[in-house]
Design a protein. Structure first.
Length: 288
């Protein structure tokens, strides 16, 4: 029987099939080969008892991510809030680079409209709206959710973003029968409390799957070289060929058209700063 792993906890994998949800373990062969089943995997199972079984085959993944640990994702819905917690532009840009590197689509959800100043939202829109769909909403007040629904139809989307931005609150608004635990923001640090601990896939009645994921802020080493990084910044794409040097990395080379575009505010300073940070990290190959 085939199915999709929708959740994995402590060595058990929950496989959704046409005949119900099976609690499965993975065959020893996977461990021997260093393969760990992931949420999102399409698998083949042997049924051994009452709604239990063993995973005996993992079908080839279209893509896979280490953090969050998921596979077969077609789109990232990157959730941010302008306030509570305040938006970290570098982290947003890291998520976008992760999506670009893996050729997955990205949609930006700007949540918590109810507690955000319109100028803060406008600032985010001004930077990103021409490159990625940006949807402003308030999950808590149930406003604007309908703008997101068409993007989720008939595809697999992963909610991503730092803890406390409201990913699970948003998930709960997508359908009446979704009711997952949400958590407060810490009064002391202003950050979320890592309420969601496991990845889980939810199926939409309209068609489509949504992965809820634990918020995180640390990323794995960027598996990207310097020349690939600029391809992950769409606004650089059309300009970079005009720099004086073919291998210009737009850091401090003379006659760099990217730096000129930043001066002219054609490319946003905040995006360029993220790019420089990431170039530096690639050069140092630091773990962050
Ligand atoms: N004011 C306001 N608060 C919101 C909104 N959406 C979510 N929240 C609040 O933000 C807090 C965190 O929400 P969660 O949904 O648990 O956040 P999360 O992104 O799932 O966090 P993790 O699971 O820790 O990654 C809760 O107190 C929510 O009530 C919103 O639109 N407006
Ligand atoms: Mg959550
Ligand atoms: Zn350049």
């Amino acid at each position: 029987m085939t199915g999709t792993i929708i959740k994995g906890i402590a060595g058990f994998y929950y496989v959704k099939t046409d005949h119900g949800l099976y609690e499965c373990r993975a065959r020893g062969i996977f461990k021997n080969e260093g393969i760990t089943p992931m949420v999102g995997d399409l698998v083949e199972i042997d049924v051994i008892g009452d709604m239990t079984g063993y995973i005996n085959n993992i079908y080839p993944r279209k893509n896979q991510f280490i953090r969050p640990p998921i596979s077969n994702v077609e789109q990232f819905v990157i959730a941010v809030s302008a306030q509570k917690p305040k938006l970290n532009f570098l982290i947003l840009d890291r998520f976008l680079v992760m999506a670009e590197m893996n050729q997955t689509d990205a949609v930006i959800v700007i949540n918590k409209q109810d507690v955000s100043k319109s100028e803060d939202i406008d600032r985010i829109m001004k930077i990103y709206d021409s490159m990625y769909p940006c949807i402003v909403l308030s999950a808590k007040e149930n406003k604007g959710i309908e703008k997101l629904m068409p993007y989720l139809r008939d595809r697999s989307s992963a909610l991503a973003g730092t803890s406390g931005v409201g990913k699970t609150t948003l998930l709960n608004r997508l359908q009446d029968d979704f009711n997952e635990e949400t958590g407060d923001i810490s009064k002391k640090t202003g950050r979320g409390k890592n309420t969601t601990r496991h990845v889980e896939i939810f199926e939409l009645e309209q068609g489509g799957k949504v992965f809820d994921t634990p918020g995180f802020t640390s990323f794995d080493i960027l598996e990207c070289d310097e020349s690939m990084l600029e391809k992950c910044y769409p606004e650089m794409y059309n300009i970079e060929g005009n720099c004086r040097y073919d291998d210009c990395r737009h850091v401090n080379e003379p006659e760099c058209m990217i730096r000129r575009a930043v001066e002219k505010e054609i490319i946003s300073e905040s995006r360029y700063k993220s790019y420089l940070t990431q170039i530096k990290e690639i050069r140092e190959r630091r773990i962050y």
